[in-house]
Design a protein around this ligand. Structure first.
Ligand SMILES: Cc1cc2nc3c(=O)[nH]c(=O)nc-3n(C[C@H](O)[C@H](O)[C@H](O)COP(=O)(O)OP(=O)(O)OC[C@H]3O[C@@H](n4cnc5c(N)ncnc54)[C@H](O)[C@@H]3O)c2cc1C
Length: 373
């Protein structure tokens, strides 16, 4: 008779599914509950892509975690039988000599990582589709790339089910952390020996105490296709982080569209709002951020704009904490959690299986580097 310990995970986004993956590897039987079958396009995790990069400003803890994150993704690719990451490198640009660029560069150099400073003429010589106007500083890192988010979530869901996990489509209306239980909309309960709540931007509703620390934030992004004469250049383009422009650009890799989004948090909106269509003026605001740097932008075909929510912690520090003797929460992933999904899922599962590890987890996940990588 099998006596595997039972785990219950709320949320089949990248955090919940990676934790389910880790728990299966630790010998748990796993049930995942989500209000929609994965990949849920309304979750934070489900878009074509998410970026992974070492450049992290002064947050050196997260910069160092990126090496462990890559190692965890490699473990996942081995289990999935496919690599869902496309290397692109990183181009970071600033007009004002701002802190993020300076601190990132210093932290990268201090660790001996490859980083090349570029002047404005060097940027335009290397990336002729960009304008050099106003560039005060820029650097290029060969490491970094695109995680094919939606495909990862879909493949992970298939994988954990093939390994014996159950993914149940149901909405939880209450978390009973003390009993490692969820109360579902139909009044029934699901319980296990351990519960992990990874509910993305819906967390404030389920756990008001965590809701005092994180805020759901509605973000707008625009999908584009470069004109035919620039298609090849942009297909080989790096991810671009333009700090003074306030935008990031994801190149069109592996059949995905080119995407432009912004760096500022709206800190408003309701992830349950049935209408997620952005106003055309919101899309235009995003395009306006990038127009100066990408002069051909108005010749790009518009493939549509979308909104996506994440849960913002004021200092963008992740919240991976015990909320009772038998329950954990994963929250506060702000705009940068996806890259750490495989790593955080594995580490939380290890800490659940080996409680001597659990004391270190919250501070490490918050970027404080107290846990050995
Ligand atoms: C526009 C945008 C750009 C981003 N860019 C990057 C990037 O470049 N790099 C990076 O690393 N990160 C990035 N992120 C952040 C990253 O995507 C998120 O941090 C990450 O996906 C969070 O995953 P999650 O599993 O916590 O949340 P989610 O993916 O939202 O998963 C939570 C799940 O819980 C379910 N759920 C919630 N409440 C209930 C309930 N009551 N009952 C049942 N199910 C429920 C939801 O249906 C959902 O599927 C970005 C995010 C956005 C929105």
């Amino acid at each position: 008779m099998e006596t595997r310990p039972a785990a219950l995970v709320l949320g089949a986004g990248i955090m919940g599914l990676c934790t389910a993956w880790g728990l299966l590897r630790e010998g748990y039987s796993v049930r995942v509950v989500d209000q929609a079958p994965p990949p849920n396009p309304r979750g934070s995790s489900v878009d074509h892509h998410r970026l992974i990069r070492h450049a992290y400003g002064a947050q050196a803890g997260y910069m160092r975690m990126v090496d462990s994150a890559y190692a965890a993704w490699d473990e996942l690719w081995a289990d999935l039988g496919e690599v869902l990451h496309v290397p692109t490198g990183v181009l970071a640009i600033d007009e004002a000599g701002g802190e993020w660029l300076r601190e990132s560069r210093a932290a990268l150099r201090a660790e001996g990582r490859a980083v090349t400073d570029l002047s404005a003429p060097e940027v335009t010589a290397r990336f002729p589709y960009l304008a050099g106007d106003g560039i005060a500083g820029a650097f290029w890192c060969p490491e970094g790339g695109v995680l094919l988010a939606e495909r990862i979530v879909a493949a992970l869901a298939r994988h954990v089910v093939a390994r014996g996990a159950v993914i149940e489509t149901a909405r939880a209306v209450r978390v009973d952390a003390a009993h490692a239980s969820l109360v579902l909309e139909d009044g029934s309960r699901r319980s296990a020996e351990v519960l992990v709540v990874a509910a993305g931007p819906w967390i404030p509703r389920l756990l008001p105490s965590i809701g005092q620390r994180v805020t759901a934030s509605r973000q707008v992004l625009v999908r584009l296709a470069p004109p035919p004469e620039l298609a090849e250049s942009f297909a080989g383009a790096p991810m671009i982080i333009d700090l003074s422009g306030g935008f990031y650009m994801v190149p069109p890799v592996a059949g995905t569209p080119l995407k432009i989004g912004d760096h500022s948090f709206s800190l408003e909106g309701d992830p349950d709002d049935p209408d997620r269509t952005p106003d055309p003026r919101e899309a235009e605001r995003i395009l306006a951020l990038a127009r100066r740097r990408i002069p051909a932008l108005d010749r790009f075909a518009h493939l549509g704009a979308a909104t996506c929510f994440y849960d913002v912690e004021p200092e963008e520090r992740f919240v991976v904490e015990k909320i009772s003797r038998r329950a954990w929460v994963m929250s506060g992933f702000s705009g940068h959690g996806f890259k750490f999904g495989a790593l955080l899922g594995r580490r939380l599962a290890e800490a659940i299986a080996k409680p001597e590890l659990e004391a270190f987890l919250p501070a490490w996940a918050a970027g404080d580097e107290v846990m050995a990588a």
